[in-house]
Write a protein that binds this ligand. Structure first.
Ligand code: M6R
Length: 610
């Protein structure tokens, strides 16, 4: 949730830290700060409430320069967003730390430290950590030992970067439950919560594993595992190129990412399908043999990724005839379950660092599942490293907090997975070829959907003075409606609820009046006629309908019914194509309302805390 950056160099690093924070701002953005060891041996700390730009303005007036530094952008968990609660936190004048995560036993540690005379100035759990390290430093006399001793007393999740004014040559960092990556430079090294932060200075990265502790110096890095054994972590190169993390000509990252979908969907399919079938090795070595044994699928995810899982359930049960359950990770991890024999555990996550999803995976690995498969967008993420099999979504960096291209590439990956699974369960070659052909048509169909952008922008005007909205769909379009509602609520702050259209008359119809826009996704499938009757129910109550429908659906524009025609698509791939107009709708409503599209209030891109 929070973002960490650090650098050890010969040159002044404050610009690197600020740029890193800007690139990490999607992780949290209620306050930001940095601490730099200055030439006179002191630590200069700057902290500002609000966005990184506020910190940058402050630092321009009050220089904060030096070759060793740490920085942080915060998403508040303990204590309100304020300067006092912003990181870095210090113990005395010589020791500073930044932290991402949550310390669960902070209350008891705080009381013990206060009893020993440490004075607390913030409400954060992080301040406990810095005083604890200081206490251990007084015993050990060096930062590395002090950090090692301190983290042995912590319970919870953390990624930490520690700087001491009396040890000007290095940073000490560690991770447990929160991501941390080391950027490898030439004669300098960097650390960050996410490799995107460091792309302007390096494209070579080492990912720390759970329990790792590392000493970061200009000329080298030493890493120890949880047992204290020195370990090597492989250096990998970032594949996507530095521009992939820039906005380019687009006004917002979200819009850029919506428009990237034809390209990234192609990339996700590349090397996995021929013109008629899914390749045997599409899901990696050993996957095909494993899929032959799978009798059930348990999907776990959060938010948008959960919606992708909900769509996949329709596909898996229809095409593979295999039972599939889907559950949000935060619920799944805290209940008892019955696991059927030969169940595949499937986690879906854009970031691969979502705390609840990772916790569910770690439980599952002890629980007797056949294997754990991850569908993920971030190479080197915890989810990727800890799963038995992985399907990478190849969406490239997604910066906008509202997930767009990650969702559609998850769907494409899930459909390819479904076909590979279904082949072992009686799917005919003709049906497979038909669906693979539909997959190949997707980039063009998405281009067609993007061509509706101008009309959707017009339509979005009807939403700006509304406080509530309903989203309807049936079958696999119901999770698409859920995703549309999530997009609208998270970036425009309009309350949006999704219902399977058949449920309307069981309660929500009572809400419908002229102030309640009702958005509907209506491809031409076997449920269309039933959906049309549901729409009549809305119209009869004076509700204003916004229908995204197949040209052949014979739904006509008339007072109170706005119809946006979507070019004809295969019923299996329709959930992917119909997602696009809903993304554009929420984007334009948010722009008209003047909200912060890429960094909506109270949210963070990567939810690495519970
Ligand atoms: O990185 P993940 O896919 O695991 O993230 C899960 C959710 O936090 C995420 O999908 C969230 O719902 C989206 N940002 C919403 O657009």
């Amino acid at each position: 949730m929070c973002g960490i950056v650090g650098a050890v160099s010969e040159r002044d690093v404050h610009g690197i830290l600020l740029e890193g924070l800007r690139r990490l701002e999607y992780r949290g953005y209620d306050s930001a700060g940095m601490a730099v060891r200055q030439a006179d041996g002191s630590i200069n700390r700057a902290r500002e409430v609000g966005k990184v730009s506020a910190l940058a303005d402050f630092v321009e007036q009050n220089p904060c320069k030096g070759p060793l530094g740490i920085a942080h952008t915060r998403w508040a968990t303990h204590g309100e967003p304020s300067q006092i609660n912003a990181h870095p936190h210090m113990s005395g004048e010589r020791l500073a730390i930044v932290h991402n995560g949550i310390i669960e036993n902070y209350q008891e540690l705080r009381e013990a430290l206060m009893a020993e005379g440490f004075e607390f100035t913030s409400q954060t759990d992080t301040e406990v950590v810095v005083h604890l390290i200081e206490k251990e430093y007084r015993v050990a006399g060096n930062v590395l030992q002090a950090v090692r001793a301190a983290i042995a007393q912590l319970r919870g999740a953390y990624a930490l970067a520690v700087l001491h004014a009396d040890e000007p040559d290095h940073l000490v960092v560690c991770r447990e439950g929160s991501p941390l990556v080391i950027g490898v430079g030439i004669g300098e090294h960097f650390i960050a919560s996410d490799q995107l932060a460091l792309l302007p200075v390096t494209d070579r990265f080492m990912f720390l594993e759970e329990g790792d502790l590392a000493d970061i110096r200009r000329d080298g890095v030493t890493i120890w595992d949880r047992e204290g054994t020195p370990v090597e972590r492989v250096v990998t190169r970032f594949e996507h190129g530095i521009d992939s993390a820039d906005k380019g000509e687009f006004r917002h990252y979200m819009l850029k990412e919506i428009y990237e979908q034809p390209k990234v969907i192609k990339a996700t399919m590349e090397g996995r399908i021929t013109d008629r079938r899914v390749l045997e090795q599409a899901l990696g070595t050993g996957a095909n043999e494993l899929l032959a044994d799978v009798r059930h699928v348990q999907i776990i995810a959060c938010g948008t990724s959960y919606h992708a899982g909900m769509v996949a359930r329709y596909w898996i049960e229809e095409l593979a005839g295999i039972a599939c359950s889907v559950e949000v990770a935060s619920e799944y991890r805290y209940r008892k379950h019955v696991i059927q024999p030969d169940t595949l555990f499937l986690c879906i996550s854009q970031s691969g660092e979502t705390a609840d999803t990772l916790a569910a995976l770690r439980q599952a690995k002890q629980a007797g599942f056949r294997a754990a498969l991850a569908i993920c967008n971030v190479p080197g993420s915890s989810l990727v490293r800890e799963s038995d099999l992985v399907i990478m979504t190849h969406a490239g960096p997604e910066i906008g907090v509202a997930s767009t291209k990650a969702f559609t590439t998850q769907l494409v990956s899930l459909l390819i997975f479904t076909l590979a699974l279904a082949r072992h369960n009686g799917l005919s070659e003709e049906r497979e070829a038909d669906i693979v052909t539909a997959l190949h048509q997707l980039p063009g169909q998405i281009d067609d959907a993007l061509a509706l952008d101008g009309k959707i922008a017009e339509l979005s005007r009807a939403f700006i003075d509304k406080n509530h909205s309903l989203f309807l769909g049936r079958g696999a379009m119901y999770p698409v409606a859920m995703e549309g509602a999530l997009k609208l609520k998270e970036i425009s702050y309009i309350h949006a609820e999704a219902y399977p259209a058949g449920e309307l008359k069981h309660g929500p119809l009572a809400l419908v009046d002229s102030e309640m826009p009702v958005v509907t996704v209506a491809p031409n499938n076997e449920l269309l006629e039933k959906l049309k009757s549901n729409l009549e129910e809305v119209r009869a109550r004076g509700g204003e309908l916004f229908v995204f429908a197949d040209g052949d659906a014979e739904l006509k524009e008339q007072p109170g019914i706005h119809v946006m025609q979507i070019p004809g698509v295969h019923s299996i791939t329709a959930p992917i194509v119909y997602t696009l107009p809903l993304q554009l709708l929420s984007y334009h409503v948010a722009v008209l309302k003047g909200t912060d599209v890429d960094q909506p209030r109270n949210l963070a891109k990567s939810v690495t805390v519970e």
